[in-house]
Design a protein around this ligand. Sequence first.
Ligand SMILES: [Mg+2]
Length: 252
Amino acid sequence: MRPARESRYRVLLVDLDGTVIDYARTENSALREVHRRFFRSGLRAFLRDFHAVNEPLWAAYRERRIGLEELRLERWARLGAGPGVAAAFEDALGRHAVLFPEAREALRLLSRRFQLALVTDGLPAVQRVKLRRTRIERFFRQVVIAPEAGLRKPDGALLHHTMSLMDAKPDDSLMVGDSLVSDGGCAREAGVDFCLVDRTGGARLPDASDIPVHWTVTDLGVMWWSISMSVSIDVSADLPADVPADMPTTSP
Ligand SMILES: [Mg+2]
């Protein structure tokens, strides 16, 4: 952590899935519902098959080899299912959306000190339902859903677009997200510092050592606490010599 740097941030560009929303849990609930309704194979095989087709399609999407509409249909076509199942899955994703336990309070506290913008990729209709269901939109001054702007992660242009809406610059902004490739990639392209929210302890991170990570936290609550402490340390550096350096100057 570099305290002097953190205190200069004015705008946080925050990812949604896997950062604020517990996407693994949300997706798992939606997949179980779809399996119950439409598939006769065993659940374990179904989940394995879905992930085996879904993840490479998202990689193809990030690399601009396919579009979003193709992705949403193709992942089910490869499992022998049609557009009706695709729509049912998307509907279930919205209904099953759940936040990480600390996310709401952390967003509330962060939104009092920083200007927050949500920067998410994915199907716009699904992302809107997730936001309505979790009632977190109020914490964000801007909500940018990449395809609505004709962009996708990891385009640096996505962050430039968001920063222009926030009247912000790369130097006073911080990208916060769980994906090295998508969020870290955006940040690198846009010249914005990147805070990695790594809830896995590094266990599931891809090899992307060319992506700079300025800061790593285990969840958003830790981020709030750390950023408060860093501001406190910054302020204490300016105190007169007779004030103990470890005296708390702000509360986390
Ligand atoms: Mg994410």
